[in-house]
Write a new protein. Sequence first.
Length: 177
Amino acid sequence: MVTNNKTTLYWALLTFEDWHFYIASTSKGLVYVSSQNSAFEELIEWTKKRFPESPLIENNKKLEPYMVELIQYLEGKRKTFTMPFDYVGTPFQIAVWNALCDIPYGQTKSYSEIANAINKPAAVRAVGTAIGANPVLITVPCHRVIGKNGSLTGYRGGLAMKTQLLELEKRTSTSYE
């Protein structure tokens, strides 16, 4: 899905301990969280596909509220996000991404459980494709989706990042409500 207008995208590099992410937002909300330790080119390529010809402007101040919540999450002090999102996707993708946001912190669901949650039980592969297209890692918790047999499956940020996020949540899920 591509936007037709030239929406301004604001970006910043979030750095916390060993984590480094590029994040981007529109004036409406967060639109992108990169893979851990990715190159800036990942954001540029995503922007070209989703927001062609839109300006990409560095603005740490505008992205500070998003960075605060992400850092709180990485510190194990936040389990839900209150930030607004500005999803760019098909209605099906958006339904899947919304279902991901319903997976409780520290828990996992299978692809088929997500398909059932959106009333499309036969669309397990399409659900997997929509999850793979999730542009806002961590905040839309696609890392909480695992194989039906409990195995870790693909993740745009890589399986090492997925493992780190699941371990963080497992470690801190009982430390607060």
